[in-house]
Design a protein around this ligand. Structure first.
Ligand code: AP5
Length: 220
């Protein structure tokens, strides 16, 4: 059975963290536009050069750029039996482009999980987030600390703060989410395949809630 998922929610909701858990558990790729763009920025390839100025300000990268990235990622063999989209779609135009692209291969999204998260929780999480400078794995200084301070458990590299986790950029990202991404909740509610969870729960508790939804929807 396929499992084609979208995780939707504000910055700091825990989409990336939960995607990682789900991807390992169900052996389906975690496709994060944020991760793809950050890698492209580091490598200084044309995609990264185009995206960097938008990301630094906490603005969205233009639709046509990110949509092309996702359409390519969904063509990979890995994505044939399912995928987790994290951070895409983020505008109505992206959602429509995704629907069009999937309909060409007689496919669609099985479930959208909306992480409802309070701004206070999101801000606390983003200000304490640390990411591995090499493998990109996420930690939180209080909630999900590494075994050794400042060092990645997985690959032993140095942990850093994401440049867009600075306070004023975070405030802009939350504003952009409210105006450009939140309207997608109604778009997917109308389609009837959106389920709401509380992103404020801890990681294991939230996974159990999602697992129950999968069972109810006959996805697991
Ligand atoms: P992106 O990387 O997608 O960032 P985001 O959506 O702002 O999401 P975050 O990564 O900040 O949060 P998250 O919900 O994944 O939380 P996480 O699990 O890390 O995008 C970055 C930029 O790229 C955008 O601003 C834009 O410029 C561009 N971009 C990307 N996609 C685009 C698109 N489609 N269109 C246009 N532009 C695009 O958790 C956060 C912290 O909390 C971590 O420290 C974690 O350890 C901790 N934590 C997580 N879950 C829990 C929990 N349950 N309890 C306690 N702590 C937790």
């Amino acid at each position: 059975m396929s499992m084609r998922l979208i995780l939707l929610g504000p910055p700091g909701a825990g989409k990336g963290t939960q995607s990682d858990v789900l991807s390992r558990r169900y052996k389906i790729p975690h496709i994060s536009t944020g991760d793809i763009l950050r890698k492209a920025v580091i490598k200084e390839v044309p995609l990264g050069v185009k995206a960097k100025s938008y990301m630094d300000k906490g603005e969205l990268v233009p639709d046509e750029i990110v949509t092309e990235v996702i359409v390519d990622a969904l063509k990979s063999d890995d994505a044939k039996k399912g995928f987790i989209l994290d951070g895409f779609p983020r505008t109505l135009n992206q959602a429509i482009a995704l629907d069009e692209s999937l309909s060409k291969i007689s496919s669609g999204i099985d479930l959208i999980i909306y992480f409802e998260t309070s701004p206070e929780v999101a801000i606390e999480r983003l200000s304490g987030r640390r990411v591995c400078s090499k493998c990109g794995f996420n930690y939180h200084v209080k909630n999900i600390p590494p075994k050794q301070e400042g060092i990645c458990d997985r690959c032993g590299s140095r942990l850093i703060q994401r440049p867009d986790d600075k306070e004023e950029t975070v405030r802009n990202r939350l504003k952009v989410y409210q105006t450009q991404t939140k309207p997608l909740i109604n778009y997917y509610l109308r389609k009837g395949n959106l389920k709401k969870v509380s992103g404020d729960m801890d990681v294991d508790e939230l996974f159990k809630v999602i697992f129950k939804i999968f069972e109810d929807e006959h996805l697991a």
